[in-house]
Write a protein that binds this ligand. Structure first.
Ligand code: FAD
Length: 154
């Protein structure tokens, strides 16, 4: 996915799933991802969407206008609420460049993730900071890449 480094923008946010979304999360995520992949491909956006303990945590990267346009639509979506932006600004390179959008889920006690976040006890999405949220998403992206690779090799 090519976007000049000078214009590349990344936005990270978290939100809370509504009870209706959480009640059938697989269905909701399938619908969201279907739309997201189609729209993001057209807009040159890439990113990752994580579901964890009633929350969404998402990274969007691409042209600044495309990122802001997508986030404006996403923030109006009734399937979630209480959106909180962790960070947004220029980025040197894409961190999720393989995926127009990729969904992954996180169990509360996922040991490999907790180790990365230096967490004590269960993973708590509300305790994330801009730095730890980015570390979390890049770690999940690495796991996705390894899983895809081992599926190809195996
Ligand atoms: P339309 O498809 O015309 O829908 C009109 C309204 O209904 C919008 O407010 C829409 O949000 C809402 N809506 C659509 N489907 C449903 C449904 N099944 N149940 C309830 N309300 C619905 N879109 C992207 O383009 N890129 C992304 O990366 C992306 N990530 C998302 C992440 C999350 C956590 C969520 C909840 C949504 C995401 N979306 C994403 C979807 C986004 O919110 C819009 O639905 C989508 O971009 C289409 O926008 P639209 O204005 O064409 O809405």
């Amino acid at each position: 996915m090519s976007t000049s480094p000078r214009t590349l923008h990344r936005l990270l946010y978290r939100s809370r799933q509504t009870p209706e979304t959480a009640a059938d999360l697989d269905f909701a995520v399938r619908q969201i991802i279907g739309t997201a992949i189609r729209c993001n491909r057209e807009a040159g956006l890439t990113g990752l969407l994580l579901t964890a303990q009633g929350h969404f945590i998402q990274a969007l990267e691409g042209n600044i206008d495309a990122v802001r346009g997508a986030y404006a639509r996403i923030s109006m979506d009734p399937r979630h609420h209480d959106l909180q932006i962790f960070s947004q600004g220029p980025a040197e390179r894409r961190l999720f460049g393989e995926w127009n959008m990729c969904a992954s889920s996180l169990a509360p006690s996922d040991k490999s993730i907790l180790a990365v976040l230096d967490g004590k006890g269960d993973f708590n999405p509300k305790a994330l900071t801009a730095t730890s949220a980015l570390r979390l998403l890049t770690t999940v992206a690495d796991i996705q890449r390894r899983t895809a690779l081992s599926a190809l090799v195996g």
